[in-house]
Design a protein around this ligand. Structure first.
Ligand code: FE2
Length: 294
């Protein structure tokens, strides 16, 4: 039998659920996740759900558990796995306690293989119908930017040495790309993007899936498409003047199609939220000082 060549992924990110269900800006993050999952219920033929970090806004066990419960129910209904990586708001301790390796089967059992089971890093791999799914841990405790580091990249190169049946998708929180017009993005993105690019070059990686920016943007790294999915809890509104950062409500997600014509293809879903577009904050992107609503 030929290996399966098409895969469809629901890509979520930045659920930011705090212990009380809200994020630090007072947005009902649990409700935002409920809304996008409800509105995604008609997406057919999903093979996998991915959540690319900032799962718990406050790094709490309860925040992780609330995200796992909701995403896990969606995945269990479809009989598909759900996979998570940590973001800068997460703590490895809560992540590990609730999500294990981050690679969960439809029935909730841990299906991932950690790069180093003795290490704190939540770097892991699993295979879904021939597609190799790699999650990287770019979390730097106390920092907003991300780093992978030599050891993790060495592991990645060793994994990618051997091609997978249906190729590989790599998931990490911090994008290795940034819009040239946004100094903010360049200050919070993945610091060792060049070394990451060297690990991807010539490999079977079909796409790199990221979060963190709370907006959709695509680019390339070593010829591999990089996709940044919009946030579930809020969306950064790029119609704000360049010096300002404006966040608005309106949960988003991405459907990633691998293996078909035009692959990889990415299309976004926007929750049918009557409150979508309501401003959550407007800040000076350099100083971080709040700006009065426009
Ligand atoms: Fe983040």
């Amino acid at each position: 039998m030929n290996p399966p060549t098409r895969h469809r992924i629901l890509h979520l990110s930045d659920t930011h659920i705090g212990a009380d269900g809200h994020d630090e800006d007072g947005v009902d993050a649990a409700a935002a996740l409920d809304r996008i999952l409800h509105d995604a219920r008609h997406v057919p033929d999903l093979d996998l759900v991915v959540v690319s970090g900032d799962i718990a806004d406050d790094g709490s066990l309860d925040g992780c558990a609330a995200a796992r419960e909701r995403v896990g129910r969606f995945a269990a209904d479809r009989g598909i796995p759900h996979v998570y990586c940590p973001g800068n708001h997460d703590t490895r301790r809560s992540f590990a306690a609730v999500l294990g390796s981050g690679h969960l089967a439809a029935d909730g059992t841990d299906a991932g293989e950690l790069a180093d089971p003795a290490a704190e890093l939540r770097t892991a791999v699993s295979v879904v119908r021939g597609l190799r799914v790699v999650t990287l841990d770019s979390l730097v405790p106390g920092a907003v930017h991300g780093v992978l580091g030599d050891e993790q990249l060495r592991w990645l190169r060793s994994v990618l040495d051997r091609p997978a049946e249906a190729g590989t998708v790599v998931v990490l929180h911090h994008p290795p790309i940034a819009l040239p017009s946004s100094p903010l993005m360049a200050s919070v993105n993945l610091r060792d993007a060049d070394a990451f690019a060297a690990a991807l070059a010539g490999s079977d990686v079909r796409a790199v899936l990221c979060g963190h920016y709370h907006l959709q943007v695509s680019g390339f790294l070593a010829g591999v498409p990089v996709w940044v999915t919009p946030g579930v809890v809020t969306r950064i509104d790029l119609t704000a003047p360049p010096r300002l950062e404006r966040a608005v409500t309106g949960a988003g997600a991405t459907v990633v199609d691998l293996g078909g014509p035009g692959s990889p293809m990415f299309h976004t879903l926007h929750a049918r939220d009557p409150r979508a577009g309501r401003q959550v904050y407007l800040v000076d992107a350099v100083s971080g000082v709040d700006v009065p609503a426009e």
